[in-house]
Design a protein around this ligand. Structure first.
Ligand code: SF4
Ligand code: SF4
Length: 279
């Protein structure tokens, strides 16, 4: 699966914009000389849902999966931490590629499903500014012009991309939020919260159930039960918590008694700080 990092300028200059109805001819398979060549030395950014699927398929805890198969990426130019699939350091190939192909095929990441398509989505789509697709041409890929001709929409359906897009919608909303336009960088603690909630879901679960978290927030019992075992539910909840704690949105409700206790503590400390007050 070749690298899909394409600059916006490059897309606009060189690539034809395609809609869901536009058609292209492509085939990928074991009969091609390039089979699995694209699963080497490639940067694949993993979404939270990619990690959820892969760690489940491999029966790994998310912490173990991240340590074993990913590299964190949080450079000075980045607003928030990313996670990329770690290539084998010796032979620079994806840990999941075999001679027969992808060993995690039914749970392969979104980027691997999309290839050879790339997508550009405007932040606020309007009639004049709609998402569009492009066909990426990597030199090593011999699949172009081979096999069936199908529409972009048919490719998306065949590759199981709709489920990934649906499960990725909340994450996409979060990372496209205006919050990230501010100048201030995340503090190390905020970056750690983001990483845990988005990528290290089993650690986030332990945080919810093994800290004072449930004493602080009003969460109904049915949801608490779901969070114990349902990873998809937990991921949606983790993203709501990030919106609450990073962005300050009212996506979570603090328990009334916690708010009262905080008010009381604030009153006491202001009285203690007032000269002449009776404590
Ligand atoms: S996950 Fe599968 S398809 Fe994607 S790069 Fe690895 S082996 Fe290739
Ligand atoms: S056809 Fe393209 S995507 Fe398929 S194995 Fe060859 S290089 Fe990879």
């Amino acid at each position: 699966m070749p690298d899909q990092v394409v600059t916006v300028e490059g897309i606009l200059k060189e690539q034809a914009r395609m809609t869901l109805d536009d058609r292209f001819t492509f085939h990928c398979g074991v009969n091609l000389g390039c089979f699995t060549a694209c699963c080497r030395d490639v940067s694949i950014v993993l979404t939270p849902y990619d990690i959820l699927r892969l760690k489940k398929a491999l029966r790994l805890d998310s912490t173990e999966f991240l340590e074993k198969h990913t590299l964190p990426l949080f450079g000075a130019q980045q607003k928030f931490p990313l996670t990329i699939l770690r290539m084998d350091p010796e032979i620079k190939k994806c840990p999941f590629v075999t001679e027969q192909g992808c060993s995690v095929y039914s749970d392969r990441p979104w980027a691997c499903r999309m290839y050879p398509l790339g997508v550009a989505k405007p932040k606020n789509p309007s009639p004049a500014d709609q998402p569009f697709y492009i066909v990426l041409h990597e030199e090593l890929c011999q699949g172009h012009g081979q096999g069936e001709t199908r529409s972009v929409g048919e490719w998306i359906a065949e590759q199981g991309i709709e489920e990934y897009e649906m499960m990725g919608a909340s994450f996409q909303d979060l990372v496209l939020h205006d919050f990230w336009n501010r100048d201030a960088a995340l503090t190390p603690q905020q970056a750690e919260m983001f990483y845990m909630a988005c990528y290290d879901l089993d650690r986030f679960r332990r945080f919810v159930f093994e800290s004072r978290f449930l004493d602080l927030f009003e969460i109904d019992e049915a949801r608490i039960e779901a969070l114990r075992s349902d990873d998809e539910e937990l991921l949606e909840f983790a993203l709501l918590w990030l919106r609450f704690s990073l962005i300050g949105e009212k996506t979570m409700k603090i328990r009334r008694e916690v708010l009262e206790a905080r008010k009381q503590a604030a009153r006491q400390s202001s009285m203690a700080a007032t000269p002449g007050s009776v404590v």
